[in-house]
Design a protein around this ligand. Structure first.
Ligand code: 13P
Length: 253
């Protein structure tokens, strides 16, 4: 039985004060950590502040990192820097970074390897565009993205990887992939893991769905056999909504 995950991706939202207010409102209302991994992935500048106040049942993640250890990369943040904040997770390869910041399958792979080396758990995002879906290329895109992202990731390390299936056309649009469609894509990814690793790794790896997840859709998504949770943008910004998502995830797994 895989432990479900609800991960909020705040993107470029919340000042420090707003973030602290959120944390104080949610920390003692989240499911126990043996039932659910509740995660907030916040802007880098406030990670340490949030880690200090995360309590027992919440974990904090970053939204990106650089693949190099250090150097002349103005504005970037290394895995070691993230490590010193105490975060446990880092989102890698979000479609917004692929789209606006030249993230490629190659850099995604380098970042995944570096994150694992530094004991951070990568939440690796994959997913097709609307055009790719309409041209029936969803599985080709997923196969390419997953295979390249995990190149040289060992069997031991794959246990620390989370995959998030986020169809680009469903992000921030209010268009949620139907739960059946989302489950099919997550199942396809699970089968890829079986091919790349083994049956037992495929059984263990946690695969999330992301794209307009809300308190209205979480129940149906969680009921699907291959969906182990959600990577949630907009609906994770409100404390009550985040608490509800976390509790519903536990009730409906
Ligand atoms: P929304 O939930 O706002 O559609 O964002 C999804 C997402 O990109 C999470 O990483």
């Amino acid at each position: 039985m895989r432990k479900p995950i609800i991960a909020g991706n705040w993107k470029m939202n919340k000042t420090r004060d707003e973030a602290l207010q959120f944390i104080y409102s949610v920390v003692d209302k989240l499911p126990a950590k043996d039932k659910l991994d509740s995660i907030i992935c916040a802007p880098a500048i406030i990670l340490r502040d949030l880690v200090k106040r995360q309590g027992d049942n919440l974990r904090i993640g970053a939204q990106n990192m650089h693949q190099n250890d250090s150097g002349a990369f103005t504005g970037e943040i290394s895995a070691s820097m993230l490590q010193t904040t105490g975060v446990e997770y880092v989102i890698i390869g979000h479609s917004e970074r692929r789209q606006y910041y030249n993230e490629t399958d190659f850099t995604v792979n380098q970042k995944v390897l570096k994150a694992l080396e530094k004991n951070l758990k990568p939440i690796v995002c994959v997913g097709e565009s609307l055009q790719e879906r309409e041209e029936n290329l969803t599985n080709n895109v997923l196969e390419r993205q997953v295979t390249l992202a995990l190149e040289n990731v060992s069997k031991e390390d794959i246990d620390n990887v989370v995959i998030a299936y986020e169809p680009i056309w469903a992000i921030g649009t209010g268009k949620v992939a139907s739960s059946v469609m989302a489950n099919e894509a997550c199942e396809y990814i699970r089968n890829l893991i079986k091919k790349l690793y083994s049956d037992s790794e495929a059984e263990k790896i946690r695969i999330l769905y992301g794209g307009s997840v809300s308190t209205k859709t979480i129940e149906e998504l969680m009921a699907q056999p291959n969906i182990d949770g959600g990577l949630v943008g907009g609906a994770s910004l409100d404390a009550d909504s985040f608490i509800k998502l976390c509790n519903e995830a536990v009730e409906n797994i």
